[in-house]
Write a protein that binds this ligand. Structure first.
Ligand code: CA
Ligand code: CA
Length: 506
């Protein structure tokens, strides 16, 4: 029935070749990249699932009776914003739409995470670097620091020098994603809260946390074509580990020391929200599709929870395209707009990826949540010249480019490094290196590209600004980020410019 795009980390991928210190993995060719970038993941929403938006920005006390009287079953009620999700047929939707307290009824959309591809770090990478010096790494363990052109391009080290770790630790960034590996050596102790709002709320990992990215259960659309929360989640034959949220979290807060990389705000805390569910269905041609996607309801619930807990920043490397002129999209649109305003009122700075379809989102089509006025929309930049210098691979001043896959448009607020291919080809050094979970569940490092990778840079700098100015409103932080960005060119592409942590924290 209804389909929505979701563009998460593009993640071009190839098998990392073997390489030593002299032959680093930037030699790895990313032949499949163009194919990966053209992926425009679509998935049918679970039929019969609806979002109900009430007029009064609160849900009526007798909500459950109203839903059951109309022939539906209630899944989630989000009282703070007057939104609920429910299951029912089309008659149910029509009946609810006639309720005088209801503003809009529409499908509950399901945003898909495309199959993640990445350039994994080779096993030998970084070995023997001690002999060459550690390229000004903040700690000897951070021996992949020389790959962090992105961290240095936005001037993060200058900000670290100004904002003590204790001040950073007062700030928390909520990461709405697939989960965060809380015992990754670079993230151990960084995850200060763990919440699963997804419909399959399994726990996992060393600490058994609710947001650990193990997907042992799934929504079985073959067994339950009209799946409801009450039908529960089925046990998978083997777990899957989804590293997207761990990559995002590492770019924000991978710590100094511990593991081998460093985030943009290495002292801040991460609140990991798992909003994605694993799901499976068989296509008409018999292909079994086993992927990860996020329903609207769990996303809205996570934002409300993070805002209620006073988390400073809400980082969303996710989204989908919506059409203002499509009546079916109205409920989802209003609900997302309402929750963004709610979070802003509570002081949470909302940051979201612009999306990876290489399209301008002007006109009636918008990418949500990024295109909402109270959400910072992040497009992706790259560099066309990243030589190895005294501090490692660094972008030559003036070499900024716009990433080929990034969305753009009038609502783009700011750009940040997201990685892309370079002039010599698709080499790892042009990508963003961060923490990942390998297919066997172990902690590792990977290079990825996408607006999903650009977004956490902005979230991290918003957190650093909050550490300096705890009293600033979400709107003040947002305006400060834009005002301090490097003006590099086309407003439609880069918004107010490329994020600058150094200028933003002076
Ligand atoms: Ca580290
Ligand atoms: Ca926006």
């Amino acid at each position: 029935m209804i389909r929505k795009n979701l563009m998460l980390g593009v993640s071009a991928l190839a098998i990392a070749g073997c390489s030593g210190a002299a032959e680093r993995s930037e030699e790895t060719s990313l032949a499949v990249r163009s194919e990966a970038l053209s992926v425009s993941s679509r998935h049918e929403t679970a039929r019969s699932r609806y979002v109900l938006v009430f007029k009064g920005e609160t849900t009526p006390p007798d909500l459950m009776e109203r839903v059951s009287n109309a022939g539906g079953t209630l899944s989630l009620r989000i009282d703070e914003i007057g939104v609920a999700t429910a299951k029912g047929d089309e008659k149910f939707a029509a009946r609810m739409a006639k309720d005088p307290d209801v503003l809009a009824v529409g499908p509950e959309f399901f945003d898909e995470l495309p199959a993640t591809m990445e350039v994994a770090l080779s096993e030998t990478e970084g070995a023997g670097l001690e002999a060459q010096g550690t390229y000004l790494a903040p700690a000897p363990e951070d021996n992949l620091y020389y790959y962090h052109w992105n961290v240095r391009r936005i001037g993060a080290p200058a900000a670290w020098a100004r904002i003590p770790a204790e001040a950073q630790r007062q700030v928390t960034v909520a990461v709405l994603d697939t989960g965060v590996m809380d015992d990754h050596p670079d993230l151990l102790g960084q995850v200060v809260d763990s919440v699963a709002t997804n419909y399959c709320q399994e726990t996992g990992g060393t600490f058994g946390s609710a947001a650990y990215p193990i997907y042992r259960t799934f929504i079985d659309f073959d067994a339950y074509p009209e799946w409801d929360v009450e039908d529960g989640c089925s046990v998978a034959e083997r777990p899957s580990y989804e590293g997207h949220g761990t990559h995002v979290a590492g770019t924000i807060a991978a710590k100094v020391g511990g593991g081998r990389v460093v985030g943009v705000a290495p002292g801040v805390g991460i609140a990991a929200y798992k909003v994605f569910d694993r799901y499976r269905y068989t296509t008409e041609s018999g292909v079994v599709v086993d992927r990860i996607g996020a329903f609207s309801g769990p996303q809205l619930a996570a934002i409300v929870d993070a805002a209620n807990k006073g988390y400073d920043v809400i980082s969303m490397s996710l989204g989908g395209t919506y059409d203002r002129s499509d009546k079916d999209d109205t409920a989802a649109w209003v609900a997302r707009d309402r929750v963004a305003k709610y979070a802003n009122r509570k002081g949470s700075v909302m940051v979201a990826s612009a999306g990876n379809s290489g399209q301008g989102s002007n006109g009636t089509v918008a990418h949500l949540p990024s295109d909402l006025p109270t959400v910072i929309s992040v497009s992706a930049s790259n560099s066309n010249n990243i030589p190895l210098g005294p501090e490692g691979y660094d972008a030559v001043p003036g070499s900024d480019t716009f990433a080929s896959y990034s969305n753009y448009g009038a609502s783009t607020d700011i750009a940040a490094p997201g990685g892309d291919c370079g002039p010599e080809g698709c080499y790892a050094k042009y990508f963003i290196l961060s923490t990942i979970v390998r297919a066997d569940g172990s902690a590792w490092y990977g290079f990825q590209a996408g607006t999903s990778m650009a977004t956490p840079h902005v979230s991290a700098v918003a957190a650093l600004i909050r550490a300096q100015h705890p009293e600033w409103t979400a709107g003040e932080v947002r305006e400060h980020l834009k005002a301090t960005a490097d003006k590099v060119g086309d407003r439609q592409l880069f918004g107010h410019g490329i994020l600058n942590a150094d200028v933003a924290t002076r």
